[in-house]
Every structure is written in C-alpha cells, then in structure tokens.
Design a protein around this ligand. Structure first.
Ligand SMILES: Cc1cc2nc3c(=O)[nH]c(=O)nc-3n(C[C@H](O)[C@H](O)[C@H](O)COP(=O)(O)O)c2cc1C
Length: 324
C-alpha cells in the first residue's frame, strides 16, 4: 500500500476516498471500501439523524480503513445529523456551500476530521481558513454536481501551490494510471465516484449501472437540466438521460421508496435512481464523470481499491510499464 499524508491523517492504508454519493454510497459500500483499506463515505443527503446513527452503528469498525459521512450543504437541515456523524465517523465532509468554521468546529468537537470538497482556489483557501483538516479538489470532469469551472489538473496544481493541508484529487479518476498521476502531482489521495457506482455494494439501480457499462468516453456531459429540487447547480450526467427525459411525456418519471414513504420523482429532478426506485430509470439523472469510459464491469468495491492502489504503485515505480 502507498503511505501518504492522507493515509497518516485518516489512519487508513490506501490513499483512496470513495465519494459520498446520495442514494449510491450506502453503508454497505462504505464498509466494503473501508475494509479494503480506503476511506468509505456514507451519503447523508436527506437522512434523518436517528437513521444516520443506525446506519453508522451498523458498520463494523474497519481495521485498515476508515468511514466518513458526506453532507450536501443545500440539503443540510440543522446540525443534529452533523453531531451524530462526528461522534461516530472518522471524517465528516461537506460540499456545495461556503466553508463554515462553526460547522467544522462541531465536527472537531465530536472527535472527527473535517473535510470540504471545493471547486476553486478561493474556496480551497476558505476551507483551510474554516479549519478543515483536508481539502478535496474537484475538477469539472467529475460525475454528479460540479462546483467549479476548471478541470482537475490545472486546479490541483494551483491549490497545491497555495495550501498546506493534505489535498484529495477528484474528477474523472477511474484507473490506476490516473491515480498514479494525481499522487505524482502532489495529491495525497484520490476521490473516486463513478467507478464505485458499478460495484456489488452500490445502491444504484441496475439499469443505471448497465447504462454506465454501455457508455464510452465522451458520453458524459455537463448540464443544468436536472434542476428540479436543486436549481443553479451544474452536474455531469450521461448524455442519454437528457434525451430520455426530454422525450418523456408527463410530469413524473417514477417514484422512490424511502422507509415507509413513497416519494414521487418529477421529470428533470435531482434524485439518482436507486434499488428502491421504480419508473423510467433511463429518464432520471444518471450521474457520470468523464471517468465513465473506464467503467467496464460490476465488481466488489474491494477489487476497485486494490486494482487502483496496486496499479498506481507499479506506475509510480515504473511509469512507462503497462499494468500487470
Ligand atoms: C452518482 C453520484 C452522486 C454524487 N453525489 C454526491 C454527493 O451526494 N455529495 C458529494 O459531495 N459529491 C457527490 N458526487 C460527486 C463526487 O463527490 C465526486 O466529486 C465525483 O464523483 C468525482 O468524479 P468521478 O465520478 O469521475 O469519480 C456524486 C457523484 C456521482 C457520480
């Protein structure tokens, strides 16, 4: 395994963070990544505090890896869930809002590390000023909601020149060669989203996973089409779902079961289709990064972690060699 400032800080053996992904990043996925030595993230979007506590308590304490919790700022309702997360997880992380010192203080008070995913140099500086222990730099190649306007490597270089805390690189990373490149550039870890959607433990709907497997390089697009429930927030999805949603007739594309409740999904709405979603899956928000061309099969999450890290080790040692 590769030891970095990130692995030292988090106390894990692999410099891999699985992205928090609403509906996809289930406790099963986070636990599998953590058991493989990485930082597995549970998505806490619209999860009530008592439900989050139960989810986190269900995860066995990993020996090599760690578990974190991800919050989307536009959906954060009070700080109860943050306190639940901080007292149970190693990392509590936020995305899509101005870095907030009060929130990071609460994370530290609970005993966790505070991270912020950012999309610009100024936001990275603000995260450090707010007391964050690490910053995730997201390039425009990323699947899901995209915070900034610059692609990963130019942004990563600028951020690394300006801040001291460990930096995690996110956006379009799905192969060991890319992991090696990000680490060689100075990142302390990589954050991987789309590649983990197509894993055995992911919460994604099987038809969404099939669409990722069929997609190639260039089949993802940055858009603002799926803006119902969350306006003014660009996101990267499969091109195919924009066409399917445009062709869909009717205001609803399906529904999702959340516990005892059935929630309708409006056309052009934000939720990703999960195993508990029914309806026209192809016309829902099928988030995908530029990394999608490298998603070729559904495998256990542990295989993704080991393939990325072992391959990166070889490339960092022998950059012109093919992976074994
Ligand atoms: C299906 C999906 C859902 C996502 N949901 C979230 C989320 O809830 N919170 C968050 O911080 N980032 C979310 N993201 C963005 C990721 O944190 C990360 O920036 C991105 O996945 C990296 O690019 P990649 O998908 O090419 O690996 C999501 C990404 C995907 C693909």
């Amino acid at each position: 395994m590769i030891s970095t400032r990130f692995t030292d800080l988090v106390g894990c053996s692999a410099p891999i963070q699985q992205a928090g992904m609403g509906g996809v990043a289930t406790p099963e996925l986070a636990a599998a990544v953590a058991a493989a030595g990485g930082l597995g993230m549970v998505a806490a979007v619209m999860v009530r505090p008592e439900m989050l506590a139960a989810m986190l308590d269900s995860i066995a304490r990993p020996s090599d890896g760690a578990v974190g919790v991800n919050f989307l700022m536009p959906f954060l309702d009070g700080t109860d869930a943050v306190e639940v997360a901080a007292s149970r997880a190693r990392v509590v992380e936020f995305f899509y809002g101005e870095p907030d010192e009060g929130l990071v203080d609460r994370v530290h008070d609970g005993g966790a590390l505070g991270f912020w995913q950012v999309g610009s140099v100024s936001e990275a500086r603000a995260a450090v000023d707010a007391g964050c222990d690490a910053v995730v730099v997201q390039g425009t190649e990323a699947g899901g909601h995209v915070r900034g306007e610059v692609s990963l490597f130019p942004l990563l270089a600028q951020v690394l020149d300006q801040i001291e805390v460990p930096v995690v690189a996110a956006g379009g990373i799905a192969t060991s060669r890319q992991v090696a490149a990000a680490l060689a550039a100075g990142a302390s870890a990589v954050r991987v989203g789309t590649r983990f959607v197509a894993t055995a433990e992911s919460g994604a709907h099987p038809d969404y996973i099939d669409a990722l497997l069929r997609a190639g390089d260039g089949d993802s697009v940055l858009t603002d089409v799926f803006s119902v429930m969350w306006p003014d927030a660009p996101h990267r999805v499969l091109r195919s779902c924009i066409a399917a949603a445009a062709a869909h007739t009717g205001d609803l594309v399906g529904e999702e079961r959340m516990g005892d409740e059935i929630l309708p999904i409006p056309r052009f709405a934000v939720p990703v289709p999960t195993r508990d979603t029914t309806g026209e899956i192809a016309a829902m928000a099928l988030y995908a990064g530029e990394s999608v061309g490298a998603v070729k099969s559904v495998v256990p999450a542990a295989n993704v972690v080991s393939e990325l890290v072992e391959g990166a080790e070889r490339f960092l040692g022998r950059p012109n060699m093919a992976p074994a």
